[in-house]
Design a protein around this ligand. Sequence first.
Ligand code: UDP
Length: 584
Amino acid sequence: MKIMPMPQDLPEPVLTPNAKTVLSKRYLRKGDDGQPLEDFKTMFWRVAASVAGEEDKYQESSYNSLDLGRSFYQLLVEGKFLPNSPTLMNAGTDLGQLAACFVLPVGDSMDEIFDSIKNAALIHKSGGGTGFSFSRLRPKDSRVGSTGGIASGPLSFLKIFNTATEQVKQGGTRRGANMGILRVDHPDIMDFIRAKERDGELNNFNLSVALTEKFMQSVESGSDYSLTAPQNNQETERLNAREVFSLLVHKAWESGDPGIIFLDRINKDNPTPGLGEMESTNPCGEQPLLPYEACNLGSINLDRFYSPTAEGGIDWEGLREAVHLSVRFLDNVIDLSRYPLERITEMVHKTRKIGLGVMGFADLLFQLRVAYDSHRGLQLGEKIMEFVQRESRSASRILAQERGPFPEYEHSIYARQNLGPYRNATTTTIAPTGTLSIIAGCSSGIEPIFALSFTRQVLDGERLLEVNPHLEEALKNTRSYSDKLMEDVAKKGSIKQMEHLDQDLRDVFVTAMDVPAQYHLKMQAAFQKYTDNAVSKTVNLPFDATQEDVWQIYWMAYEMGCKGVTVYRDGCRAEQVLSTQDGE
Ligand code: UDP
């Protein structure tokens, strides 16, 4: 692929040592001998220039591609915005698959099941993650017409998907991630809820149960609900909704699996119901999609928009500019990306969904000296996301004027609501930013930081040590600062219990475990209010949390309008992704 030549006067990227490690290992293009073919600067130019190159297709564009390439480059190397990993890895390369999220249908026939496995393998190879609903598969022990035999059911096929994933390393750089969904009214639901009971079982899958509005009402009233066989819509059994909900709560308390999604709520926000129903999300839950749809994500690093002299300490003008550029970037990515299947290309081009979100929110709060678990913290989360949502839609409207609305617009909910035409059926998603946050050197997504100082275990077991820079700076300005204090912080990961430090600092510099579960959930709801798609968020609970606590969180998530929820009780699984030194 031809890329505009790199101007000589571009600034060098500013990267932390950890960012350099991650980029060198997985993102720089390598030759057959494993040696890098590019450095950090040429990597960022490859991405910026190839995405900006798409601009030339549009005569009405107010940008020329070279200037736009420079602006994108600047945005990336200042760590203000990063697109999802596949875009960083593959833009401007022969592979050219740039989206992180896909949903594939699984039909109730051998052909359709194995087509889906093959398609998932192609997507994993290109660096994307896949979500599937298994709800259309007939339950185990039902009859198979063609052979007169007995069906083995969704769970047995899930295992085949899992094994196939194991064998396909994603683009040689990361392992395939999957989401498996089953509706709560599927006859095999009890087995599904228990599917990950044994450690290591289905380890390439996150599982979520799709809860319907009807089911939630039955939980509320304590009544029974019916399980229905999908192949003939016949009721097979009735279960008590509260007992099923209790089991879900128990399993989530025990191991964090499965999670839950609120399916009817997700479909209420489906912008193009004429194209079908949403039945699954991507692997980490933040992106519900129609079958064969894909979405590319990108995240703005809020930490970079702290400005002590601006209104409320935030550079709103700079943020507005970054949102507008990022939306243009993500819209260009849709066309630049090469998808592994023609059907996916067709779907993606019909709805043109993008998912702009934020990361570095906890770091911004540190700089503003606002506690995450406070009313002000919640208000700020809501205000920022309302701003990002409004500006991203305004950017999408400008693009619609230049390039036309997304082709399904006339049949979308926006046309019915008389909301001006948009270029994209959705514009906002809060991604986990697992690796992006390391590259940008900020806290991930909208999560509080895991620990003020910790070793981060990256996918293949490598460990990276990190100390929060804002805390270090704040402590340096106190009388208590000493090497011994920093050692203590590294050991404990939290300063909440350090009584010799100022109360203000102890209130502001909180970690995920210091934040009460209700506040985790309230923050998720605050961001969801202004997010088109969904919000990736973990509600952390202490080891001694009870099942009643989990029940309450699930119920709050339902009542506060979340699209799903994931809880994690500290220490309930042997292998954790992040650990403080104490926990090693
Ligand atoms: N994803 C994946 N494999 C991974 C990590 C992520 O397929 O190992 C996909 C998945 O769809 C996930 C999405 O990328 O929901 C976004 O994850 P994240 O923001 O953590 O990715 P990053 O862009 O930071 O690598």
